[in-house]
Write a protein that binds this ligand. Structure first.
Ligand SMILES: [Zn+2]
Length: 189
């Protein structure tokens, strides 16, 4: 706990209190980010976002299991009440959840089995499987009725990003291909 409280002390010294004050009566984030609980994945860092910009759902393996209440609640709230323009699944290299699906014996508690037991390892290695798992999460979001309705009205969209920890680089899944962010607008035209 000491480490956390020392960090809080540093935060209090540098925090932009005016910015927090401006946010104290409400939030209007532009994006819902669904990412992994992995401590190396920090969406606010990766997207250089300030408090109030990202509504974040973190869970083990960045799963968008819309049959689960916490996932459905985050989607419903972000889409309906916050009106987010983007729903982004942020997957990553070296994902422990993906590794666990390759070795089901690692799912050694009821919680892990319930959460990851239905996921599968699909690929030649962990990175390929993590990318494939990300695509499945994107599909789940795109099939979610509320998302489909709002997407049809042009109010929101869904994307999949993949973060490589070792190189600090991001790729975006567009039309079945992984591309660098700078090329997305060219492909989408
Ligand atoms: Zn992970």
């Amino acid at each position: 706990m000491d480490t956390l409280l020392q960090g809080y002390g540093r935060f209090r010294e540098r925090a932009d209190r005016d910015a927090y004050c401006a946010l104290c009566s409400g939030q209007a984030p532009h994006s819902l980010v669904i990412t992994c609980s992995d401590s190396r994945i920090v969406p606010e860092d990766i997207f250089d976002a300030r408090p109030g910009e990202l509504f974040v759902l973190r869970n083990v393996g960045n799963l968008a299991r819309t049959d689960e209440p916490s996932v459905a609640a985050a989607l419903d709230y972000a889409l309906l009440h916050l009106g987010v323009k983007n729903v982004v699944v942020l997957a990553h290299t070296d994902c422990g959840a993906v590794k666990a699906t390759r070795h089901p014996e690692h799912l050694d508690t009821e919680g892990l089995r319930l959460w990851l037991g239905e996921e599968h390892f699909d690929g030649a290695d962990v990175e390929e499987a993590a990318r494939a798992a990300g695509v499945r999460q994107l599909d789940r979001i795109r099939k979610y009725p509320l998302f489909r309705k709002l997407e049809g009205e042009g109010k929101t969209s869904a994307s999949l990003c993949f973060f490589s920890i070792g190189t600090c680089s991001l790729e975006i899944y567009v039309n079945g291909q992984w591309v660098a962010p700078g090329t997305v607008s060219a492909i989408c035209k």
